[in-house]
Design a protein around this ligand. Sequence first.
Ligand SMILES: *[C@@H]1O[C@H](CO)[C@@H](O)[C@H](O)[C@H]1NC(C)=O
Ligand SMILES: *[C@@H]1O[C@H](CO)[C@@H](O)[C@H](O)[C@H]1NC(C)=O
Ligand SMILES: *[C@@H]1O[C@H](CO)[C@@H](O)[C@H](O)[C@H]1NC(C)=O
Ligand SMILES: *[C@@H]1O[C@H](CO)[C@@H](O)[C@H](O)[C@H]1NC(C)=O
Length: 399
Amino acid sequence: MFTGAFRLVFLLCLLGIVVHAQFRLTLHRRKIGLKSYSEYSTALNQWREQFHRYKTLKATSKILKAADYGKVKLLNHMNAEYYGEIFLGSPPQRFLVVIDTGSSDLWVPSKQCSFFNLACWIHNKYDHTKSSTYHDVGKEMRISYVTGSMVGRIGEEEVRIGGMLLKNQTFAEAIEEPGMTFVFSEFDGVMGLGFSELAEYGSPVHYNMYHQKLISDFVFSIYLNRDEKDSFGGEILFGGTDETKYNKTTLRYVNLTETTFWQFKLDGMKVGDLKIDLDDVLAIADTGASLIIGETEVINKFYTTIGASVDGADAYVDCDKVDQLPPVEFIIGNQAFRLEGKDYIIKVKSYIFWTKCLIGIAGMELGGEEWILGDVFLGRYYTIFNVTEGRIGFADRLR
Ligand SMILES: *[C@@H]1O[C@H](CO)[C@@H](O)[C@H](O)[C@H]1NC(C)=O
Ligand SMILES: *[C@@H]1O[C@H](CO)[C@@H](O)[C@H](O)[C@H]1NC(C)=O
Ligand SMILES: *[C@@H]1O[C@H](CO)[C@@H](O)[C@H](O)[C@H]1NC(C)=O
Ligand SMILES: *[C@@H]1O[C@H](CO)[C@@H](O)[C@H](O)[C@H]1NC(C)=O
């Protein structure tokens, strides 16, 4: 086990924005993938069972009525990262990938990663020489994230996600990875769920699910649990919504302004007596970002209103005062989306014996770039991403 304070960079998106917080993290030694033959064959048998069930379902054209088809359980790391399990290749190689609605490519670390790629040492690595379904596309992919670049080799593979088998999925095996976030992360790679317009190469996984008729409704729904002690970290459901997980009467839709990011107009912000009208501000729904990010000037007014103490890039409140914090409302298309104090606070173990209450809404010099509504916002709602309609539905989540 390894502990140490370092700067965890929260944000995983393409915009060029960084947020830091001083953190203490516990790094668990991880089991590296499926090791023995018996583990492989167990996994394979599980997949076979699921496919069999899927075929039966398809025959009766009731895709998605089954309990688990299309669902991926998520792991929640400190309310800052949500990731799920996927398998690449034949026999399947296992990876944990961040669910990222702020990008559109799939990538995992490569067995052939560079010696200087630290992240690669301690994570699951994809080995194309061990897969019979690998095709080399013969091209390189380079994605600039906030924290650095991912450089990888593009291939096509069979990918297994939530009981579905995707053929010919483009992905990159990363030779270089974007910065320290990936060294200390519990996840191996990234699964982008943005629009295909944003993809560096090929189609994102949800496009292939739809085009290969594994799902009939071009939609996915995300539930992020904000109770980091709960073993149920959250869930993503491809092809539909899980009505047991949200209150239908509270469902509201937001139209997108364009289909690259999941992006819409943000009209204003309200907290206590402070009401801020925002002109020409766009925001994106980004599960790959932990926080809400807004223009510094606006966010500083917000901090003053709630009485937060600001320390460099971070703002805190006394943990005893969280219950007395005023709610904040984000105004989107004449609708108010409200977060209570407990929703916009992230409890951070700063030093061994005490906890700090970090405000999950941070300021950046955005200079007209989009605001980011990350997990702090999305965790409050059950979120329905409908590709066909180009709109997002937000409903109160249950459980
Ligand atoms: C995958 O690619 C192969 C070879 O290009 C092609 O024959 C096959 O039809 C493709 N399958 C799907 C489901 O797109
Ligand atoms: C769903 O929302 C409505 C409207 O806010 C509320 O009256 C109802 O009690 C909620 N139902 C549940 C199960 O929380
Ligand atoms: C969203 O778009 C639909 C269809 O274009 C339109 O009817 C509706 O009024 C829009 N909603 C808002 C809040 O702008
Ligand atoms: C997504 O949009 C399509 C097209 O309007 C619609 O038929 C479908 O019901 C929507 N799915 C969900 C879950 O809202």
